[in-house]
Design a binder for this molecule. Sequence first.
Ligand SMILES: CC(C)(COP(=O)(O)OP(=O)(O)OC[C@H]1O[C@@H](n2cnc3c(N)ncnc32)[C@H](O)[C@@H]1OP(=O)(O)O)[C@@H](O)C(=O)NCCC(=O)NCCSC(=O)C[C@H](O)C(=O)O
Ligand SMILES: [Mg+2]
Length: 358
Amino acid sequence: MSGKSAKDFFRPLAVGAPQPLREIPARPSRAIHFFDPSNAKMAAKVPAMVGTVDVLLGNLEDAVKAENKEAARQGLVDIAKGTDFGPTQLWTRINALDSPWVLDDLTTLVTEIGDRLDVIMVPKVQGAEDIHYVDRLLAQLEAKAGLERPLLVHAILETARGVANVEEICGASPRMQGLSLGPADLAADRRMKTTRVGGGHPGYLVREDPPRVDGVANLEARRSTYQQDLWHYTIARMVDACAMHGIYPYYGPFGDIADVVACEDQFRNAFLLGCVGTWSLHPQQIAIAHRVFSPSAEDVAHARRVVAAMGDGTGAVMLDGKMEDDASLKQCLVMVELAEQLAAIDPELKAQYDAIEV
Ligand SMILES: CC(C)(COP(=O)(O)OP(=O)(O)OC[C@H]1O[C@@H](n2cnc3c(N)ncnc32)[C@H](O)[C@@H]1OP(=O)(O)O)[C@@H](O)C(=O)NCCC(=O)NCCSC(=O)C[C@H](O)C(=O)O
Ligand SMILES: [Mg+2]
């Protein structure tokens, strides 16, 4: 929680601003698909993508050329006004808080399309003070625009200081919806010696021990190496901080668009560790994200069997030779709850989940 007293935490920060939410809605957001609203070809594809992806995000920050910043902002306003987003959420990523564009991003977007936007992604968040600034400004703008629903805020973790302050960022405002990893900026800020946007690195590895003959290590022998995950530490910290504050963690970008296999692996690691979704930079990454961040029909069927076998939820039972108890039941309930949320928006998944008998 922020420096505010508990009684003030859920008070609107401006007269006339909507009441903050007590709980962040658990809306499926397996893929947050980025598009550049100033890129006419990309923007033209957006209306047809409604319903095919959980979140469409109009990106105004990095990857939008400086000379196109204003066109991107206006392009997003036009798309938001001219498109029925139906079940698909509309998010935006504003420019950094120290940039010359961010004030106009917020004032324009909230007053023009605040009723259509769900979440505002804030890049390069360093600490609670950044969220407090955005929080108050959003309240003032919401009041001015007469909005009835508070806008939610999503922070990107892409500086060393942001990682060090991750818990206070998550608890800085009732608007906090979630966090994403920004591996490219984070690598630069940490002075990591990589040049990639997310993913692993062949040099970051462990090597198996040398074989020993009569107790002597054979250092000439060929030994297997195992590539390690550069992002494990940060994602795990992010997941814990989000869980502690009841908000949602996401992986971020995977820049090697052509390497769909490694992309799927990176996404799956994040899913298994507790993330609820990821970014998609190219249309072909949407299907990967949806596949990975939807539990398999087999896992859902198993989870349902455990729930059924555990009766009132206490004690221990044997199922397929394995012990199940209150704690494994809780994991299974996470899986079943997610499957139900996804089945409610995805008829194909619902059919898969219903096809396997408990
Ligand atoms: C990565 C791209 C530059 C690739 O673009 P392109 O070379 O045009 O790809 P294709 O020829 O394969 O495209 C095929 C068609 O699909 C359209 N397209 C491409 N991407 C998108 C998209 N994101 N949404 C909608 N439509 C898209 C193309 O226009 C082609 O159309 P057509 O010619 O009619 O067939 C490009 O995909 C891209 O720019 N993606 C978004 C990049 C982005 O948003 N980057 C910022 C997020 S990552 C980041 O910021 C780092 C992070 O903050 C950190 O610090 O880690
Ligand atoms: Mg970045």
